[in-house]
Design a protein around this ligand. Structure first.
Ligand SMILES: *Cc1c(COP(=O)(O)O)cnc(C)c1O
Length: 398
């Protein structure tokens, strides 16, 4: 095996910026450095670039450009949508509904609203595939409910939530509906008008654009408080001199995602299914986490019984393979991921989980290499595992 081999399978953590994206960004650091608010020609050039990027992001999601507000990323968009809607509607009510499997940018913002501002939050359970129940959602609604926030696609297990149906329920009860679509963008079809979404968070670096840029879609007519106060940028809704190179890069990435959508989804789906089938056949005592078909085209998530995810990641890294584990040990916590626990995995099994997420630069050879090598790693870890030893002794494992 070549030492230099590097296989990146963590596209849900971040993606490399595409060369075309970087090429479009570069002039805006130098010749095109103007401030979009200035009236002279430097400013006008920046303003034009900003407008074009806004049109491109809007086109990807079926929105009007005036409904797209640029931010510094998915986390800011989530914070803004939740805090902005909560504070704006505080007089109407203090109740918010979400799910147990949201990204921390949602969960920690809601905890803050609960602890510091007296909001009450209902965290909906999900089933074993990671889907919320529409019946549970309806039952959770109260007179005080002002906001429902449910993610479009889960970042760990790839499950796609029933967004259109959720939006219909929200509309019926006149409640605002926000969705974190960071993982969905460019990977599942999104038309905010057809789906009935009021607010939607997006991030550039998950779709082959630069980091530190994102957007919040706010449907025309929806009023929320500002999060970042200052100048009059973004139609007075989000202050701060615009990150023109970043926004231009996001715009280009959105354009590429729109144009290449079908091809991208077909390729990823095929490679993902090959990866899942190959690993499932080669490794006994394996469970696939997340919904079998309603899932992100690039997401594979496995639970291997009797092993620890950390050891697996290290051994994979030795072979040049980058993945992510279901245990949060790397982030300084001993608890397994809240998402894996919410779908009902026992702690032990959640700890033996592995997320491999593929993308546009993943090749057939990369997938073959993982299918060839991962089974050896899992067996090696099982051979050292006391859990495996006792499972053999009890006859659970043959
Ligand atoms: C990555 C991610 C975010 C955060 O986006 P940033 O641009 O990194 O701040 C939020 N939600 C989900 C589902 C994500 O995957």
């Amino acid at each position: 095996m070549e030492k230099s081999k590097r296989i990146y399978m963590d596209y849900s953590a971040t993606t490399p910026a595409k060369q075309e994206v970087v090429d479009e960004m570069l002039p805006y650091f130098t010749e095109g450095f103007g401030n979009a608010s200035s009236i002279y020609s430097y400013g006008k050039e920046a303003k034009q670039a900003l407008d074009q990027a806004r049109e491109r992001v809007a086109a990807l999601i079926g929105a009007d450009p005036q409904e797209v507000y640029f931010t510094a990323g998915g986390s800011e968009s989530d914070n803004w949508a939740l805090e902005g809607a909560a504070f704006k509607n505080r007089k109407k009510g203090n109740h918010i509904i979400t799910s147990k499997i949201e990204h921390h940018a949602i969960l920690h913002t809601l905890e803050y609203l609960e602890k510091t501002h007296g909001f009450e939050v209902t965290y909906l359970d999900v089933d074993q595939d990671g889907k919320i129940s529409l019946e549970d959602l309806e039952n959770a609604i109260k007179d005080e409910t002002i906001l429902i926030t449910i993610m479009f696609v889960n970042n760990e297990i790839g499950t796609i939530e029933p967004i259109k149906e959720i939006a219909e329920i929200a509309k019926k009860h006149k409640i605002l509906f926000h969705t974190d679509a960071v993982q969905a963008l460019g990977n599942v079809e999104i038309n905010v008008k057809d789906l009935g979404i009021d607010m939607m968070s997006m991030s550039s670096h998950k779709i082959y654009g630069p980091k530190g840029v994102g957007a919040l879609y706010i449907r025309k007519g929806v009023m929320i408080d500002n999060l970042i106060h200052g100048g009059a940028q973004e139609r007075k809704k989000r202050a701060g001199t615009e990150n023109i190179p970043g926004i231009v890069g996001f715009g280009k990435a959105a354009e590429l995602a729109r144009v290449n959508f079908k091809e991208h989804v077909e390729k990823l789906t095929r490679l993902r299914d090959k990866l899942i089938d190959g690993i499932e056949k080669a490794i006994p005592y394996t469970k696939i986490n997340g919904h079998r078909t309603d899932r992100h085209p690039g997401n594979a998530n496995f639970a291997f019984k009797y092993i620890e995810g950390e050891g697996m990641l290290l051994l994979l890294d030795h072979l040049g393979i980058s993945g992510s584990s279901g245990s949060a040990c790397t982030s300084g916590s001993l608890d397994p991921s809240h998402v894996l626990l919410a779908i009902g995995l026992e702690h032990e099994i959640a700890h033996g989980s592995l997320r491999l997420t593929i993308g546009d630069f993943t090749t057939e050879e990369d997938v073959d290499y993982v299918i060839e090598n991962l089974p050896k790693i899992v067996q090696r870890l099982r051979d050292m595992s006391p859990l495996y030893e006792s499972a053999k002794a009890s006859g659970e494992v043959k």
